[in-house]
Design a protein around this ligand. Structure first.
Ligand SMILES: Cc1ncc(COP(=O)(O)O)c(C=O)c1O
Length: 358
């Protein structure tokens, strides 16, 4: 079976060398030296602002909402992984759904202002599939209405906007370092922010400790371990090769499929994109289902993003978000991972084209 994605594992010897050090130090977690090293290596690699390494991308979102003291309504889109919305609800805020653009996957800025009420506190927008939102316009709206902006940049390792790391935008940007992401620490997440917010996040992710026997407010355990940091430090040197390969993969799909009227693909030349996923939108739900079935019958496993989330949230946004529903019913993400061979992409594209032509 060709899976939709496959985690990258760095050379065993690199990881084991880090593990040897961990064994020698017997410092396994709690702000250890490898966690600190990762927290400086990632921003250096990306030329981004500061980063706090936390347990996962979901907790990164929750910590962002907490640190920025967001309460009330939070504008977001239903076209994202369910963690975006559940984080808002988990933090006792109310998600207010705004639709995505008709010909894209991100929040439609022209529809945001109509959703703002006296209770709106923040905009939490996802840069879906590693493609940047209209950050400039969202910032303008936030400034006009005095709103906090958080970006769920879970898919965005390596994405740039206006020539700099996308993690530099918004009051906070968060990333997921889950094993299925471009850059990973097995489980993990990053919170990118300025120094003031960083101090709050550091307290919050460590139970609120501001000394061995002192606490400042209520925190949570959002720390991550030396073993996870070691994986990140082992993967980081391979990021350029991983991104280059993703570009080649997306370019191949584009070359073979974009001439077909039945499908829409993202142009791999899209400025700043990290090619994290290969989303293909079909003209109808029937075409999408037939392609999925034929691929699966031939040992290929594409994925419907973000289908279950939308089902769970169904009813809350249906009337207001027709584009989200329409896109969710017609989209498949094609296999995309470092080891995927060009001949496998050719076979996948032949199956897609034959299905659409039949
Ligand atoms: C858009 C988005 N936000 C948040 C998350 C949550 O990240 P994690 O799995 O690291 O908790 C994911 C995970 O896939 C995601 O795709």
């Amino acid at each position: 079976m060709i899976p939709v994605t496959k985690p990258f594992l760095p050379p065993r010897s690199t990881y084991i060398a880090y593990v040897e050090d961990i064994y020698n130090r017997v410092w396994l977690t709690n702000d250890g030296p490898l966690v600190r090293e990762l927290e400086s290596a990632v921003p250096r690699h990306l030329k981004s602002r500061e980063m706090a390494f936390v347990s996962n991308g979901t907790l990164a979102l929750q910590l962002a909402l907490r640190a920025l003291e967001v309460q009330g309504e939070v504008i977001t889109t239903p076209f994202s992984y369910i963690a975006t919305t559940t984080s808002i609800i988990w933090e006792n805020c109310n998600p207010k759904f705004v639709d995505i653009e008709e010909d894209g996957f991100n929040i439609d800025p022209t529809k945001i202002e109509a959703a703002i009420t006296e209770h709106t506190a923040a905009i939490l927008a996802t840069h879906c599939f590693g493609l940047a939102c209209d950050i400039q316009e969202i910032q303008n709206i936030a400034e006009r209405h005095n709103l906090v902006v958080i970006y769920d940049a879970a898919h965005c390792f390596g994405t740039t906007y206006q020539g700099q790391s996308i993690f530099n935008f918004g009051d906070v940007s968060t990333c997921s370092f889950h094993a299925t992401k471009l850059f990973h620490t097995v489980e993990g997440g990053g919170v990118f922010m300025d120094e003031t917010t960083r101090k709050k996040v550091s307290l919050l992710r460590n139970f609120g400790h501001n000394g061995p026997e002192r606490f400042q407010g209520i925190g949570i355990n959002g720390k991550n371990s030396e073993f996870h940091a070691a994986m990140g430090l082992s993967v980081l040197p391979h990021m350029k090769a991983i991104l280059d390969q993703r570009e080649r993969i997306n370019s191949r799909y584009f070359e073979l499929l974009s001439g077909n009227e039945g499908v829409t693909l993202v142009d791999p030349q899209t400025e700043g994109w990290n090619w994290a996923y290969c989303p293909v939108v079909f003209q109808s739900e029937e075409a999408c289902s037939s392609v999925k079935e034929n691929l699966e019958n031939n040992g290929v496993s594409p994925r419907r993003y973000f289908y279950p989330s939308l089902e769970v949230l169904h009813g809350q946004f249906d009337e207001h978000c027709p584009n989200s529903r329409k896109t969710a019913s017609r989209i498949l993400c094609m296999p995309s991972f470092h080891e995927l061979r060009m001949t496998e992409i050719d076979r996948i594209c032949t199956i897609i084209s034959n299905t659409l032509d039949s």
